[in-house]
Ligand binder design. Structure first.
Ligand code: C5P
Length: 433
């Protein structure tokens, strides 16, 4: 791609693992229908983290899920059923004797409707009850009566979490096939610091969304590049491009949700790391190349989404290039950057390689030409001006057998569709959905 259409500066963020604590409102906006048709019974037990469940309920309903809240008596001490009813848009159940259920069996009826039961926050006492099959209130009874998956989100003081009895119960819950989300570590409401803090609502949301996704890439290791690169010309300036990283990050999230182990090599973008994804930050094309070549022996699929700069200046000035008295215009000579995708594709045992092409026109011609030149089985083409920085995109898949067009959709939806398409094309594909 020409450098001229890729001018934009971005701020880099430090590398980190699995930080879903600050998913942007922009990203939430994109999740509009991700959980459409899913019915979640959200069980709340007593703990100060109950206030976080108001936000979790909003995230779930915004994503299209229906949420049926059930609360223990202790939970109602922390947040009212009125609040939870208003946020979920459904009456809240707190008692197994609730006469609103015609057959007076709320423990059966509520759990039969559910695609999953999520207990958040899950108190020490509730973990103990679940581990031992006790059922003396509506929530514990509907859990034991369930015929759907159960996910629990512990929230408690660090000493309560570390107590051997709690750890025994947690081990038992895992052995019983119950999914534990968290806990997190950090400052606690009691003033202490340690393990036991409830995951932030955004992280719980991400884990639930991941849980519901078809596992088309279980056991696969996916390496991706995303975003622009930044090629310095002096200590304060450089050449970059208009790639936002949104498509690559959406693909990393979709691959993680499909069950893959995901390693994301990101150029300088200000996007949050998708839940469960390992992120490595780089600046230059050479650094991106080196990071990819280090990681590629461990991967099954390589997806080069990054808009990598084709050239860098051959000498980076040690100090800021200043205007001179005679106002001489500086000149630069360039050297070519390594082609990361082509380097991976020509390895003796390459992973399944997927390239991207951002063109400004004649996509059908350039896409197939680029696929052949890069020697990759699949190349995904899009038109640069119609994708850079936007939340939606439309793409064309180029492969030896022909082309497939995917219609315009938000990048999260498109990413899920692309991951499903990639999963189908793996040499030893064993596609579930
Ligand atoms: O040649 P062009 O930049 O259009 O090719 C696009 C594809 O090649 C993308 O998948 C991109 O990530 C990859 N690429 C690369 N290294 C480069 C240039 C492009 O991996 N130096």
């Amino acid at each position: 791609m020409p450098l001229a259409i890729r001018q934009q500066s971005c701020s880099a963020k430090p590398a980190r693992f699995t930080d879903a604590s600050a998913i942007t409102s922009c990203r939430r906006h994109q999740l509009a229908t991700e959980l459409a048709g899913k019915h979640v019974v959200l069980g709340m037990t007593g703990g100060i983290a109950c206030y976080k469940i108001a936000e979790l309920t909003r995230l779930l309903t915004k994503a299209g899920a229906t949420v049926q809240v059930a609360m223990t008596d202790a939970a109602t001490q922390f947040i009212t059923p009125v609040t939870m009813q208003a946020l979920s848009g459904r009456p809240v159940y707190t008692s197994q004797w609730d006469a609103r259920i015609p057959n007076n069996m709320p423990h059966i009826d509520l759990s039969r409707e559910a695609d999953a039961i999520v207990i958040a926050p899950a108190s020490t006492d509730f973990l103990a009850k679940l581990a031992n099959g006790l059922c003396d209130d509506l929530l514990s009874t509907l859990c034991i009566a369930r015929d759907c998956p159960l996910l629990v989100v512990p929230a408690m003081n660090r000493q309560m979490w570390m107590n051997p009895a709690t750890q025994r119960n947690v081990a038992q819950l895992r052995a019983d096939g119950i999914e534990l989300l968290g806990p997190d570590s950090g400052a606690q409401a009691c003033g202490e610091v340690g393990d036991g803090r409830m995951l932030e609502p955004e992280a719980v949301y991400e884990a639930i969304a991941s849980f519901f996704s078809p596992k088309t890439l279980t056991g696969r290791r996916v390496l991706l590049t995303a975003g622009p690169t930044f090629e310095p010309i002096d200590p304060v300036r450089g050449i970059t491009n208009r790639s936002s990283g949104k498509m690559g990050f959406a693909l990393a999230r979709a691959a993680q949700q499909a069950g893959a182990d995901v390693h994301l090599v990101a150029g300088p973008v200000g996007l949050e790391t998708p839940w469960g994804v390992y992120r490595e930050n780089v600046q230059t094309a050479q650094q991106m190349h080196d990071a990819v070549m280090r990681a590629v022996p461990d991967c099954d699929i390589f997806i080069g989404v990054a808009a990598v700069a084709d050239w860098r200046v051959d000498h980076v000035a040690d100090h800021k290039i200043k205007k001179t008295a005679d106002r001489a215009i500086p000149s630069f000579s360039f050297v070519e950057n390594p082609d990361i995708l082509a380097s991976v594709a020509k390895l003796p045992h390459p992973p399944f390689c997927v390239g991207f092409a951002a063109e400004s026109g004649d996509l059908d011609v350039h896409g197939e030409e680029k696929r052949k030149r890069k020697n990759v089985p699949l190349l995904i083409g899009n038109l640069g001006p119609q994708t850079f920085g936007l939340d939606d995109n439309e793409v064309v898949l180029f492969e030896a057998t022909g082309i497939t067009r995917l219609p315009r959709a938000d990048k999260q939806t498109l990413a899920r569709a692309l991951i499903a398409e990639i999963a189908k094309r793996l040499p030893d594909a064993n596609v579930i959905a």
